[in-house]
Design a binder for this molecule. Structure first.
Ligand SMILES: C[S@@+](CC[C@H](N)C(=O)[O-])C[C@H]1O[C@@H](n2cnc3c(N)ncnc32)[C@H](O)[C@@H]1O
Length: 256
């Protein structure tokens, strides 16, 4: 199955179930990106938290145990939100909306929320197809944050991963349509499993960090993966060194 972002909600609706199988077994998510995401989110006891592009709600389920004041998940795919509703208790608010459109903030607030202390997204910004969409996406996040609130976005850098074989170490593979290193906006294929290919767009850290600063986020920085007990369950030291040094998975972080 292919996800082509020309009709992203329809495609994610079709593959929601295969994605669920992929994400629960995938090394990239379990051992590389999730430990970084959860570390950056940190202690959320009593805080208001939003997951943008929440998929099947796996992160929401983990974070609910950390006793936030409120927890909201939003996704462009109705099917994923249906899956979330089956998997999560009703105190987690769930919304179908597109995070890079003008009515996004109103759609989130219509669910009875105010602003948030922490807004995060994991492998979502690669679906912004233009610089304008990327800017609108981060502007919406900025508007929904309280002053002092934190934004965290996990993403991948296929240019860094592919030459070192880090994609294979994470049990997936990237396809570059022209074979050459990707430039901003270029489409690449993320082959997540033999049945599941997601078309995504490359955006460099520098481009997105500049946009984040333009829309008013402060202390914008890149946070890198580093060894921890979870990652060492799946990788030898040598393999982990390659992953860590590559910069293939990282987070963009900013503060309002
Ligand atoms: C690769 S999946 C990641 C899901 C989840 N965050 C995770 O880490 O497992 C990307 C998710 O982002 C959602 N998505 C993509 N673009 C979006 C947008 N503009 N607004 C809201 N959700 C979006 C998709 O429907 C999908 O659930």
């Amino acid at each position: 199955m292919l996800i082509n972002d020309r009709d992203l909600p329809r495609q994610y609706n079709q593959l929601a179930e295969s994605y669920e199988k992929f994400s629960s077994a995938n090394k990239e998510i379990t051992y590389v990106s999730d430990p970084l995401l959860l570390e950056l989110i940190g202690d959320i006891h009593g805080l208001d938290v939003l997951d943008v592009g929440c998929g099947n709600g796996a992160h929401l389920a983990i974070l609910r145990e950390k006793t936030p004041n409120s927890l909201v998940g939003v996704d462009i795919s109705e099917k994923f939100i249906d899956i979330c509703k089956q998997n999560l208790p009703s105190d987690v608010k769930l919304v179908v909306a597109n995070a890079n459109t003008e009515d996004f903030v109103a759609a989130i607030q219509s669910a009875g929320t105010g602003q948030f202390d922490v807004i995060y997204h994991s492998f979502v910004q690669v679906h912004n197809t233009t610089r304008e969409e990327m800017k609108a996406f981060w502007r919406n996040i900025h508007q929904l944050l309280k002053k002092g609130g934190r934004a965290i976005g996990i993403t991948s850098d296929p240019n860094a991963a592919k030459p070192l074989g880090v994609d294979k170490l994470m049990d997936l593979s990237y396809g570059f349509p022209n074979g050459a290193p990707l430039k901003d906006g270029d489409i690449f294929e993320a082959h997540l499993s033999p049945e599941l290919t997601v078309y995504s767009h490359y955006w460099s850290f520098e481009t997105v960090a500049d946009l984040m600063k333009e829309i008013g986020l402060k202390d914008v920085r890149r946070a890198s993966v580093h060894a921890n007990d979870i990652s060492m369950q799946a990788y030898s030291k040598k393999e982990w060194n390659v992953i860590e040094k590559s910069g293939a998975i990282y987070a963009l972080v900013g503060v309002k």
